[in-house]
Design a protein around this ligand. Structure first.
Ligand code: SF4
Length: 245
């Protein structure tokens, strides 16, 4: 294995097996590799421990071999789906990890906001592109987003996932979906209550999330937007914003 010669991957946490809590793979048994660092600062980010440089000293520079030892131990050697998340995992050198895991029968899903494109996107099994709506405070670079799609090509299954808090976010989601009519679309009611990252008992406003979910379901039904699927974050309903589940 050549992992030791490759650039290290900054890892915030590796955990599982658990279920994928959102989007196209919801409910699927999954091992998570969460990388550290992000080029965005969304106002409602629920993963600040993998974003804010304040937590940088908790991100371990790991080789492919080191990450893989954890993945195989957690999965008991059974080739599960490995979800590459962050932060923005696209800023890490993950091509070698994907090739290594594929050789052992594992599959890889990656979620990114679509701001950084990599050649190795083509090697993924699932690519979830999650452009951030106005409530995030971030502006979408659609040229970079298009680059992500171009480099992914026909390799992975690709889905759009958009968090929606309000009417402006909903309008943004409609525009994004219209821009990419061939992609499946997942809408997710926003979670307004990011906890302090070290809070192990991270409660969230479940009533608020469910109110937003009902509002969103009504919106897509009224608009006859039948291509969109509306899903909550299952892991948030089960465990709040707790880390490592
Ligand atoms: S892109 Fe994702 S990880 Fe990065 S700041 Fe926004 S919500 Fe957090």
């Amino acid at each position: 294995m050549s992992g030791a010669r490759e650039a290290p991957i900054r890892v915030s946490e590796i955990f599982g097996p658990t279920i994928q809590g959102e989007g196209v793979l919801i409910g699927l048994p999954t091992i998570f590799v969460r990388t550290g660092g992000c080029d965005y600062r969304c106002s409602w980010c629920d993963s600040l421990h993998a974003v804010d440089s304040e937590y940088r000293d908790q991100w371990l520079p790991m080789t492919v071999d080191g990450i893989w030892a954890d993945v195989t131990r957690l999965s008991g050697g059974k080739p599960l789906m490995v979800s590459l998340s962050g932060g923005n995992p696209a800023i890490q050198p993950l091509g070698g990890l994907i090739a290594h895991g594929h050789a052992q029968g594992y599959k890889f899903a990656l979620e990114t906001q679509g701001s950084v494109a990599k050649e190795w996107f083509a090697d993924l099994d699932v690519l979830v592109l999650s452009p951030k709506p106005p409530s995030s405070g971030m502006a979408t670079d659609w040229d970079a987003f298009d680059d992500c799609l171009r480099l992914a090509g026909n390799g992975p299954a690709i889905a759009l996932k958009i968090v929606v808090f309000d009417d402006r976010d909903y309008a943004y989601a409609r525009e994004a979906a219209a821009r990419y009519p061939d992609l499946s679309v997942y809408l997710q009611p926003g979670n307004h209550t990011p906890p302090p990252p070290d809070d192990d008992d991270a409660r969230v406003d479940i009533d608020g999330i469910m109110d937003r979910m009902l509002w969103l379901v009504d919106k897509v039904a009224e608009d006859r937007w039948f291509e969109a699927r509306v899903l909550p974050q299952l892991h948030v309903l089960l465990w709040g914003n707790k880390r490592g589940v």
